[in-house]
Design a protein around this ligand. Sequence first.
Ligand code: PBG
Length: 343
Amino acid sequence: MNKFTPAKPAGARGVDEITGSRRLRRMRKADWSRRLVQENRLTVDDLIWPIFVVEGKGIREPIAAMPGVFRLSIDLAVKEAERAAKLGIPALATFPNVDISLRDQTGSHILDPDNVINRATRAIKDAVPQIGIITDAALDPFTSHGHDGILRDGIIVNDETVEQVTAAAVIQAAAGADIIAPSDMMDGRIGAIRDALDANGFQDVAIMSYATKFASAFYGPYREAVGTAGLLKGDKKTYYIDHANSDEAVREAEQDIAEGADMLMVKPGLPYLDIIRRLKDEFQMPTFAYQVSGEYSMIKAAGANGWIDGEKAMLESLLAFKRAGCDGILTYFAPEVAEMLKG
Ligand code: PBG
């Protein structure tokens, strides 16, 4: 065996000489000092809880790809809204799974004032007026092809979709939605929705733009949840942003702000922290991330297998959004993390 003893460089410097006596570990030495210098914190006020609603009564249907997440009938959604309000969660975002017989080429059921989303909004607002309701004005849960827009001759037609989404937004506002969050990425939707809300007396209803929504593989479990997985033909690359692009995301956000967006969202979340930071630095808008279904499921699955500490990974991922510049996060972890923060 060769023995090798490294020689110290001649006149070797001590660590204090190397660092100029700057030792960053000083402030990390104890829990109290780490707490004292902690730059970002996660609180319950940062959380928006996305929930799935279905027709029926007493229904709490598990979603296989999202352990711990359920499709809820309106009566149970109201119960969960009460729980969320007690925990201090500021807002819910609702998504429907409607019967296949109600889905068509243009997603026309989104315009039914009594569809499950609008009835859920009314029921929750009735029972829990202090919680904010955010509705998605996208067509995908209502179309027979699972796309967010109207499909004609193989093309998602922009302007006709904007008309449909705009009408849906007004109906959702009339049902009591506080924030309209259009996730379809059609050009001109934010301005059209703002004009229509104002014309109908909903000046106080805000718009959270899914400003930078990327074509992503991380939406898989959501598509099981809303029942679009088996329907979707092709992909969404003609309307969602190419996940290779960052300047384009800034232009999207800039456009949506000019059209009247009150809040911006980046989606998915964790793989796009660079986009969040760019948008916050550039625009200083209320900025949110959607920690999407695939991100949730990855943490849950690895945690369930004992490959990572699921709770710590959850908290770390959520704090990372704050560090990147987020004002809040849409996350399926919302009730779990709210319970934890309380305890
Ligand atoms: C579509 C929509 C998507 C999500 C919410 N609304 C993406 C999609 O199916 O393409 C994803 C949410 C998630 O993955 O948690 N308008």
